[in-house]
Design a protein around this ligand. Structure first.
Ligand code: ZN
Ligand code: FE
Length: 246
């Protein structure tokens, strides 16, 4: 038995490309398609052939590579279908509460509206070692959350709560490296939060060394992320508005 392998690589200006590979079934999924050429190159390096795309939402930096990758690989595209026509090349529409198998591993689809009205995330628990990974798109970032382009503060509050319900050890794979800019804002919200201050110091060091701060974990975000820690939807709305003009 071999566990799932996850590969993260920078794309565009601040996106992360993500691949998940199951050595047993040979399946490989790209979570969103920020940059087709980088996804191809990473698959080639690892000797993986791309069989699936899982989209979190329709924004071009998440679906831009869908059609060209589908053309070359004849793969299956899974994504939200609540609003028809949003996901280029969509084969399999899913929504919150759905699940599907990736080899022997179960993938749960969780509805996380806020950034868009139909945003979804994918939670995979490794069938062998139980380690969880959630591909969270633009819902939660390290120390931050997605902008409310379509949804309300109450939507995002519910989405934060859904992520907080995952096991504490779950690795959260965010779609952007926004950590240092989120950190500058987060310390203005909770200047006394020692876990936050310690983490910000570590994140700065990681970025100086050119390392990604993604993945984070549910446990870490519960201790440090002001949006996950907001006590009410109104409070989340307040700090989201403050961050927008920060
Ligand atoms: Zn987006
Ligand atoms: Fe994005």
């Amino acid at each position: 038995m071999s566990s799932l392998e996850i590969e993260l690589f920078p794309c565009l200006s601040d996106n992360y490309g993500l691949l998940i590979h199951d050595p047993e079934s040979g399946e490989t999924a790209a979570i969103d398609t920020p940059e087709a050429s980088k996804i191809e190159a990473t698959c080639e390096q690892r000797g993986w052939s791309l069989t699936q795309i899982w989209n979190t939402h329709h924004h071009p930096d998440h679906t831009g590579g869908n059609l060209s990758l589908k053309k070359t690989h004849g793969l299956t595209i899974t994504g939200p279908d609540q609003i028809a026509g949003r996901i280029p090349g969509l084969d399999k529409g899913v929504s919150g509460g759905d699940s599907f198998m990736f080899g022997a591993h179960k993938v749960d689809v969780i509805f996380t509206p806020g950034h868009t009205v139909d945003h979804i995330i994918y939670y995979v628990a490794d069938a062998h070692d139980g380690q969880g990974a959630a591909f969270v798109g633009d819902t939660i970032f390290v120390l931050g959350c997605g902008r409310l382009f379509e949804g309300s503060p109450a939507d995002m509050y519910g989405s934060m709560a859904a992520i907080a319900k995952l096991p504490d050890s779950t690795n959260l794979y965010c779609a952007h490296e926004y950590t240092l800019s989120n950190a500058r804002f987060a310390v203005t919200v909770e200047p006394e939060n020692q876990d936050l201050l310690n983490y910000v110091k570590r994140a700065k060091e990681m970025r100086e060394q050119g390392l990604p701060t993604v993945p984070t974990t549910v446990a870490m975000e519960k201790k440090t992320n002001p949006f996950m820690r907001a006590s009410t939807p109104e409070r989340l709305g307040e700090i989201r508005a403050a961050k927008d003009s920060f």
